[in-house]
Design a protein around this ligand. Structure first.
Ligand code: SF4
Length: 362
């Protein structure tokens, strides 16, 4: 059986219109009052959708306000320097999201006169824009009936249709996109997609879904069979790799702090950090002092421990042993290595773990 036939079979005996009605009605009365829902500005909706990837709504809200205040229009973001954009994103993580967004809005400004394209082909060809973002922005901002299927929506639909396919597989996502293409409301695709997302966030949650309060309970096959807790099926990815290294808040005789820019590609690209031995972790403090002295061209005699810091990325976990130390400087500043004052430090975007080290140092 091909995917199309399989989808047809899944939708047999499913009351599409009644489902749309129950879902959208509930959304219109119960939806949360979120800042990006205040209007249909495609730029703001796009920013919110990018922020919401892998990040909780509560965390996103203050960032969204700050970001939109700083870059109120697509043109303002397109014209901004990368350093400013990274600074506004500082702490949100997954920085490739904002680098891609920045590149994409520049393209929109150049190619489409600053208007977010309403065409699926044009919008989805922009940097960093995948099928989910395409569906979310086109449906919410322009009312185009495109599916917006992320992990949240797949969980809800796995339960409603009692689908046991592994949601970690790309083919499963495609199947769900086909299902949503068939059941999406053409009268109100915006509310339909948002309602599915909202249902996943408020009612059909990963653990202990609130089935007895659910507006689409009568359509839900997993609930009817009592198997909602077993869905969705998702295989685990590889265990993250643990990496331990040292870092130091290094000050010079004037009390300035040494910072350096990370490489322009790879993890946390172009963010700033304190001197460290991430690429060749040293076995002990003496070796670390020697490494820092040679690599950063300073005379460093002793260091003091600040503490141990941990940060979990999707595929890697960092354990940083952090120190402080005074050094006699021998190296002059350049574009990627600087001595800065405490006030100047605030102009540079640092990964969260280095912000924590700084707070502990202070
Ligand atoms: Fe989710 Fe339960 Fe509603 Fe089904 S009835 S959609 S499992 S909350």
């Amino acid at each position: 059986m091909n995917v199309k036939e399989n989808v047809q079979q899944i939708l047999e005996h499913f009351h599409i219109e009644q489902f749309q009605h129950d879902l959208i009605d509930w959304f219109r009365t119960e939806q949360r009052n979120l800042p990006w829902r205040k209007n249909k500005d495609p730029y703001k909706i796009w920013v919110s959708e990018v922020m919401l990837q892998q990040t909780r709504v509560d965390t996103v809200i203050p960032y969204f306000y700050q970001f939109i205040e700083k870059f109120p229009t697509l043109d303002a973001l397109a014209d901004a320097k990368e350093e400013e954009v990274l600074k506004a994103w500082e702490g949100l993580g997954y920085y490739s999201r904002v680098r891609n967004l920045h590149a994409a809005v520049k393209e929109v400004k150049e190619k489409y006169g600053g208007r977010v394209p309403a065409s699926k082909e044009q919008f989805s060809s922009l940097k960093g824009v995948g099928p989910y973002t395409t569906g979310a922005v086109l449906s919410i901002a322009y009312g185009i009936p495109e599916p917006a299927v992320d992990g949240n929506v797949m969980r809800v639909l796995s339960r409603i249709f009692y689908i046991t396919d592994d949601i970690a597989r790309a083919s499963t996502r495609k199947k769900f996109e086909q299902i949503v293409s068939c059941i999406i409301s053409h009268d109100d695709p915006s509310d339909f997609n948002q309602a599915l997302m909202e249902l996943g966030a408020l009612v059909c949650t990963p653990k202990n879904p609130s089935c007895f309060l659910c507006p689409v309970q009568r359509h839900c096959r997993a609930f009817a069979e009592g198997v909602e807790a077993e869905l969705p099926v998702k295989t685990k990815g590889k265990a993250p790799k643990h990496v331990a290294f040292r870092a130091i808040v290094l000050t010079n005789e004037e009390g300035k702090i040494r910072i350096e820019k990370r490489p322009s590609s790879g993890l946390l690209a172009n963010l700033w950090q304190f001197p460290n031995d991430e690429h060749a972790p040293t076995p002990n403090e003496q070796a670390f002092i020697k490494e820092i002295s040679e690599r950063y061209h300073v005379v460093l005699r002793s260091i003091q421990r600040i503490g141990t810091f941990e940060h979990v990325f999707s595929h890697i976990v960092w354990h940083i042993e952090a120190y402080k130390g005074n050094a006699l400087e021998l190296q002059i500043d350049d574009e990627t290595n600087k001595w800065v004052t405490v006030d100047e430090l605030n102009q540079y975007a640092f990964p969260v773990i280095y912000q924590k080290i700084w707070q502990a140092y202070e």
